[in-house]
Write a protein that binds this ligand. Structure first.
Ligand SMILES: Nc1ccn([C@@H]2O[C@H](COP(=O)(O)OP(=O)(O)OP(=O)(O)O)[C@@H](O)[C@H]2O)c(=O)n1
Ligand SMILES: C[C@](O)(CO)[C@H](O)COP(=O)(O)O
Length: 270
């Protein structure tokens, strides 16, 4: 896809940005080193296919679809970086681009670690200078729409140091005392006000220096990057997420992802 043909609300509003001030360059880190234990036995989750194409390829395409994203760093399973690089080259080349680029977006592959947090840190360490906004996006969210990516970028460009796409919850949520045995009854201790809760997705967008400081400072195990920035005492804001940015975690999510992809292909006529 050529740079010009990629839609991007973030770049399509020159009035927001004086002509003499270039847009801050955006890089994306895609942690893809997980095993996918909750999905069940098989290849590492990011390499499992959706509509015949590896989930990771969908995720890279989704980020590269934003005109604002100029570099994607893919964090591969620790012993799988060469395989992942070949896979991405194979899917990028039919588009007529040289190895190492995807349309107008460069990509690189680095080995990951034992946890998502470590994998993101390794991706950040590999980022060359010159990109002052960083997105972190799960390979396991292969169908995120480009408008969601651009909305996150736009919020960071507008001055937020950390941005999460988020959706209201459909279910009532209970806080419980977790049972020692799986399946045993768990005492309910509270029912948080659902109106104040959000389910958080990716890509999460950051001022690069703040995200790097968070990864250097926070040592607790966390499940997302924004919570590390919260621990620094820095503000995090939520923008509207998208239902199709759901995470492929359990087998039923794969069924849903296949259905969403099939509907898109039907609508796009291919
Ligand atoms: N050591 C790890 C663990 C996770 N991830 C990535 O973090 C994202 C979100 O993690 P999750 O959906 O939990 O993936 P897995 O860890 O693979 O899933 P599971 O917990 O079921 O094994 C995924 O894109 C996954 O590849 C990673 O890069 N490195
Ligand atoms: C980052 C994340 O996708 C936001 O919802 C989520 O926290 C990842 O959690 P996981 O346990 O690694 O799936």
């Amino acid at each position: 896809m050529s740079d010009e043909s990629r839609p991007s609300p973030a770049d399509a509003r020159p009035a927001d940005r004086p002509a003499d001030r270039p847009a801050t360059r955006v890089a994306a880190v895609i942690p893809a080193a997980g095993r996918g234990v909750r999905l069940g036995p098989g290849a590492p989750k990011a390499l499992r296919t959706l509509g015949g194409t590896p989930m990771l390829v969908h995720a890279v395409r989704a980020l590269a679809a934003s005109r604002a994203v100029s570099l994607v760093v893919v964090v591969a399973p620790p012993d799988g970086a060469a395989e992942v690089k070949s896979l991405l080259d194979a899917h990028a080349l039919p588009g007529g681009t040289p190895s190492g680029t995807w349309g107008g977006t460069d990509f690189m592959v680095v080995p990951g670690g034992d946890s998502r947090q470590e994998s993101v840190r390794l991706g950040l360490e590999a980022l060359p200078p010159g990109h002052d906004i960083v997105l972190v996006h799960d390979a396991a969210r292969p169908l995120v729409p480009v408008d969601t990516v651009d909305a996150v970028i736009e919020a960071v460009r507008d001055g937020a140091v950390a941005v999460v796409p988020a959706l209201p919850l459909a279910d009532t949520v209970k806080q419980v005392e977790p049972a020692a045995e799986p399946g045993a009854p768990e005492p309910v201790v509270a029912t948080p006000d659902r109106a104040r809760l959000r389910a958080v997705q990716t890509p999460q967008g950051f001022d690069r220096a703040t995200l790097v400081r968070a990864h250097e400072t926070v040592t607790d195990g966390v499940t997302d990057d924004a919570s590390m920035v919260e621990q620094l005492g820095e503000p995090v804001v939520a923008v509207p997420g998208h239902e199709e940015a759901f995470k492929v975690t359990r087998p039923l999510d794969l069924v849903l992802a296949e259905a969403v992809l099939a509907r898109r292909r039907l609508n796009d006529g291919f």
